[in-house]
Write a protein that binds this ligand. Structure first.
Ligand SMILES: [Fe+2]
Length: 195
């Protein structure tokens, strides 16, 4: 089995990017490592600031509504401000994709290959983890060489944005698995007391 290296980053949808940046930098001790304005399409877009403390990276995103409502604004309207996705870094994104697909996992698009100043980067995004919840998983595969790849690339952010915009326009709300086709134990089990 292909193991995961760890959580690459977590992405939060926020209503006020300046306030969120202030919170993370001035109060919580993170540093800004990347930012971009108006990422997306001519229909809607977003502004983003990526902050880091040690190896912990958090992407903050605020929507810009144009012809249509931004997916970020729509996310906040439905679920409130908070975590939109977390990225799991793996060594072989194609192998993990195949493993998950064999288990019934559905992705919102194919593996995307981006490139930054240091080399290639692959990403793939699942649909929502739970019915009625917006949170999803991103798979990330990076090159680890002498120079560390930058985490965020505008082109890959834009291509994710377009996938979500497409689903948003179609009005389809999809989940990571087809919950109806799985026999999932739903009854509550008593929690075991730690001894
Ligand atoms: Fe991400």
């Amino acid at each position: 089995m292909n193991q995961a290296r760890g959580i690459d980053h977590i992405t939060l949808c926020v209503e006020n990017l300046d306030a969120a940046e202030f919170l993370f930098t001035e109060i919580l001790g993170f540093e800004v490592i990347w930012s971009a304005r108006d990422v997306g399409s001519d229909k809607s877009s977003m502004d983003t600031v990526v902050v880091q403390r040690g190896t912990a990276k958090v992407a903050l995103m605020q929507g810009r509504d144009k012809v249509m409502k931004s997916q970020i604004s729509e996310f906040i309207e439905k679920y409130g401000q908070g975590v939109q996705h977390f990225a799991l870094e793996v060594d072989d994104i194609d192998a993990v994709s195949r493993e998950w697909e064999a288990h019934g996992v559905k992705f919102s698009g194919p593996v995307k290959e981006g490139r930054d100043g240091f080399g290639p980067l692959k990403q793939r995004f699942t649909y929502s983890l739970f019915p009625g919840s917006g949170i999803f998983i991103e798979l990330t595969q990076r090159q680890h060489g002498d120079e560390q790849a930058k985490t965020f690339v505008r082109s890959t952010v834009e291509s994710l944005y377009k996938d979500i915009e497409r689903d948003q326009a179609s009005g389809i709300e999809q989940t990571i698995i087809d919950y109806d086709s799985f026999l999932i134990p739903m009854e509550k089990k008593p929690l075991k007391r730690a001894s």
